[in-house]
Design a protein around this ligand. Sequence first.
Ligand SMILES: [Zn+2]
Length: 422
Amino acid sequence: MKKYIITLVASLLMVQTTFAEGYQLLKPSGVLDVARGVLMESQQVLILDDKIVAIGSATQMNAEIPENYKVIDLEGLTLMPGLIDAHSHVLLHPYNETSWNDQVMKESRAERVARGVIHLKNTLDAGFTSLRDLGSEGAGYADVGLKQALEKGVIPGPSIIVAGRAIVATGSYGPKGFDLSHDIILGAEPADGNDLIRVVRDQIGKGADIIKFYADYRWGPNGEAKPTFSLQEMKTMVEVANSSGRQVVAHSATAEGMRRATLAGVQSIEHGDGGTIETFQLMKEHGVIFCPTVTITESIAEYGGWLKGQGPEPKSVATKKDAMTSALKSGVTICNGSDVGPYTHGDNLRELLIMHEYGLSIEKTLQAATIVGAELMNKKGELGEVKVGYIADLIAVKGNPLENLEVLSDIRMVMQGGEVYK
Ligand SMILES: [Zn+2]
């Protein structure tokens, strides 16, 4: 918000007067309390600058409101926290347009950034006000640059935290299958053993907000997912990252990779296809959040010719559903992270719809995309709810999301840090 500062200097005395004109009163028909799973009617929300400062009925508000404020009429709409996708790749675009190999090896950095700019705008238009971006996939630290452009207001988009290049065990990651006399650009940075200390620190120095490693990858004898880093290597990465105040996130699709990552102390595990009930129980015990990325599994199956609702379900989809069932039984905390990028940016809502279809209640699905997401953005208690003292990242939709998540496909207003974007 703009503050007009008039500075008067008289002899040795300096007097500063600040006129704050940052008050905005939002008048929706209902406010969604995602923590309790309740739609509160006849509530108004007062914003000062980038924060929510009061919530209450019109009568309560009359007592709170200062003289000069702006009214935002949201008659007929539900006000709720902006959505959070905790697993995105803004520098990737759908694999049915261009394969991952070709994006990594053939697209220029400029093209990838240009696409990223559009992706970010489409994401904010869809009501997603925060992203945790988990790996630039061959685009170096372009994610750090995009984040800086967002923070300076150069381009529109959600608030993001970024993983930079991400870390893989030597020999495990692609692109693969080329004559060995060529040096192929990899989709992430290889490192092993004690060298992981240097690489984690180097990534932090170059702007990574979070360290991502691949606990397993499809490098088994028959191309199946198998663990990569040893437990000790994972512990090393977590120790170095945590010591700098940063969290670590693990890609893992095998029970053993998930077990090691959990014991090593990661904040969240992504994918989890091979997770058993024991794996998810262990994660719950250690407070590790599960990010199921259900949409990417369905998208890849669709690219392979599967039509959802028709024909036999592909094995990958059945496996993911089994993992979700085990996760739900275990009571592990589930976040909303869709792995968007390999499927279209702006279609992030699909993850919520599919998680709900696979058995997550509407209340928990909404919490996954708000309160749990805020924790993964390292903004627990500051973001993800319509609550006094919280950051004013808000959206308005027509209808009640607690009755039907599909209403989230029609975003009528987006407010970001107290500023109306849409
Ligand atoms: Zn991913």
